[in-house]
Ligand binder design. Structure first.
Ligand code: NAD
Ligand code: WQD
Length: 336
């Protein structure tokens, strides 16, 4: 099988490339390197001893994308390429809608022209907004609360409409909860541009001395310790979920939607303590006001993925913190 991975140099894309190569599949990766580095591709090749056909292109560039489908006989696509920062999406919504939605439409158009009808799409738990019930099941109410989330929700709707009009398409929509961690070798991991938006990369940068302290956004939520609760999922487990989703769409299921989470909620305080254990240091923190748009608690019911894909998150928060720390310690400045 030959799999095209868009956004293959990024955080989740690079870990999924490792899993694909280790599974023995051919990997073609495209990325414009806007939020990533060519170095991650080299390191994936080093970890696996495999080879990636890598192209630095923008998926908005239809002729360049079409050229890749001419050069390679692609069997399926895993589509990670997209902009993903919630706060930034509020400031530059046009870029988010254009990049994420137009980019996906161009990809689908090129796939159709080349008769490639299998796609795994990176959706997000952000499509549940403030969840109407916990744990969140796939049929929970959908209500994105920011432009980034709406791009995910609209793309899901687009894929559903395309499938309704032509059932030769097969789509897996994977709603990730909070991806964290890094490959156990410490060679690839999350390398945010500028100050991290997300909790674990921020804690890791405090631990390595790049940031003075963590701001905890609110300790007055209706949760046992007052801090926000999320469902953290190790990126290596997540990568494995993509392999399982690919196997599923090759059975031609039409549209399949899955939560990829651990099913367990952990508070900010719990994550901080788990990280302190992993790095054997105290992490200085301050209690700050709540971050606008944050919800108190969000965690998955991942039982549909277990039942239909045979997939389950295996790694604990201690594994997540240990591997994040290992990556950050070995690469204090990321790939630079
Ligand atoms: P990432 O930024 O590390 O990876 C995305 C990659 O896509 C980057 O390498 C970027 O350079 C590339 N890219 C962006 N626009 C492109 C374009 N027009 N053409 C070509 N390449 C382009 O992010 P990630 O964390 O690996 O996320 C991957 C996907 O998963 C994204 O779609 C994201 O929205 C989704 N997702 C991420 C999270 C998370 O917390 N990391 C959670 C849920 C969903
Ligand atoms: C986790 C918890 C914060 C940073 C985001 C996106 C979501 C998805 C995953 C893409 C919350 C607290 C955080 C900090 C803190 N991405 N926190 N100090 O907000 O659950 O989800 O990433 O699809 O769409 O919204 O993740 O890691 O930012 O926050 O106290 O410096 O940590 O308030 O309770 P979030 P996060």
């Amino acid at each position: 099988m030959k799999i095209l991975v868009t956004g293959g140099a990024g955080y989740i894309g690079s870990h999924t490339c490792v899993a694909l190569l280790e599974h023995g599949w051919d990997v073609v990766a495209v990325d414009n390197l806007l939020n990533s580095s060519r170095e991650s591709i080299k390191r994936v090749e080093r970890i696996t001893g495999g080879r990636i056909h890598f192209y630095q292109i923008d998926i908005l560039n239809k002729p360049a994308l079409a050229n890749i489908f001419r050069q390679h006989k692609i069997d399926a696509v895993i589509h990670f390429a997209g902009l993903k920062a919630v706060g930034e999406s509020v400031e530059i919504p046009f870029q988010y809608y254009h990049n994420n939605i137009t980019g996906t439409l161009i990809l689908l158009d090129v796939m159709k022209e080349n008769n490639v009808r299998h796609l795994v799409f990176s959706s997000s738990a952000t499509v549940y907004g403030d969840p109407d019930r916990l744990p969140i099941q796939e049929d929970s109410r959908l209500c994105a609360t920011n432009p980034y989330g709406r791009t995910k929700l609209f793309i899901e709707e687009i894929l559903k409409d395309i499938h309704s009009s032509d059932n030769s398409w097969n789509f897996a929509l994977l709603r990730y909860f909070n991806p964290v961690g890094a490959h156990e070798t410490g060679q690839i991991g999350e390398d945010p541009l500028g100050p991290p938006n997300n909790l674990l990369p921020y804690i890791a940068q405090v631990a390595v001395g790049r940031m003075p302290h963590l701001n905890i956004f609110g300790n007055d939520y209706d949760t046992p310790d007052g801090t926000g609760i999320r469902d953290y999922i190790h990126v290596v487990d997540l990568a494995d979920g993509h392999l399982k989703a690919l196997s599923k769409i090759f059975t031609n299921p039409g549209i399949a939607v899955y939560n990829l989470g651990s099913g367990r909620g952990h508070s900010v305080m719990e994550m901080l303590h788990a990280f302190e254990k992993a790095c054997e240091k105290k992490i200085p923190f301050k209690i700050a006001p709540r971050r606008p748009g944050d919800v108190a608690s969000c965690y998955a019911d991942p039982s549909k993925a277990e039942k239909e894909l045979g997939w389950k998150a295996l790694k604990s928060i201690d594994d997540m913190c240990k591997d994040t720390w290992n990556w950050q310690r070995i690469n204090p400045n990321g790939y630079k």
